[in-house]
Design a protein. Structure first.
Length: 239
């Protein structure tokens, strides 16, 4: 499929719905159908190009990096916590969930663009006694330590693939919702409820102002251990 009707585009796509009939369709990728084509971020959100042709020219000159690598596909699917960089502009962005599930770009410093946050969706043991972390973005990381758990988050070096830091899915952790009606909200994890039967497990998080929100476990993403800067992150996501 070459084009996607704007009215039927996934809620995560930050596109105007009624000013035109079509937008570009994304190519398949590890983030699934909610991921946004690269051209939508560069053209519709940042306004750096006026059309796909201009973006393809920039890609041919390695002016755009996704997760540390030069890319050639203007329809490349970009999803939560991917890093989009424009070295010639000295500008770096992290994809972050916004209100209503709409993906947004949050500006980061250059050193923060050298690594990527990822959630552990599964942990498996491989021959040799090592442990494989299967991440939300389709990537796999081999580690020696078996102290990792599902729903933990890790910071991965984009050049070496090495795990730099681990954020445990535990009380007190800083979390955000990546889907559902609380998408983009950030807070401190204060309660984890395991429900019997087919009901989803739920998480309660506390905003910096003391109010709370509840969402299902699958929508929760640990973004750090320190909750002191949550207000700033939430403001950037809303912007």
């Amino acid at each position: 499929m070459t084009h996607q009707k704007r009215l039927s585009a996934p809620d995560s796509w930050p596109v105007e719905r009624k000013n035109q009939v079509y937008t570009v369709a994304s190519h398949p990728g590890p983030h699934g159908g909610d991921a946004v084509p690269l051209v939508v971020f560069v053209r519709d959100v940042l306004g750096y190009v006026e059309n796909a042709k201009e973006l393809r020219y920039a890609l041919d000159h390695d002016d755009v990096l996704v997760n540390g690598e030069a890319v050639s596909d203007h329809k490349l699917s970009v999803g939560n916590f991917d890093i989009v960089a424009f070295p010639s502009r000295d500008e770096y962005y992290r994809v972050f969930p916004g209100e209503g599930g709409r993906l947004s770009l949050v500006s980061v410093e250059a050193d923060a663009a050298d690594n990527k946050l990822a959630r552990i969706d599964d942990v498996t043991h491989v021959p040799g006694g090592e442990v494989q972390l299967n991440l939300h973005n389709g990537a796999n990381v081999i580690v020696e330590d078996d102290g990792y758990s599902t729903d933990d988050s890790v910071v991965v070096d984009l050049e070496t693939g090495e795990v730099l830091e681990r954020f445990a899915f535990a009380e007190g952790a800083a979390v955000t919702a990546v889907d559902g009606r609380h998408s983009g909200e950030v807070g401190k994890l204060v309660e984890y409820n395991v429900n019997e039967g087919s009901s989803d497990n739920t998480v309660v998080a506390e905003h910096p102002d003391g109010s709370t929100f509840e969402t299902i476990e699958d929508y929760v993403f640990v973004i750090g251990e320190d909750v002191s800067d949550l207000e700033e992150q939430e403001a950037e996501a809303e912007a």
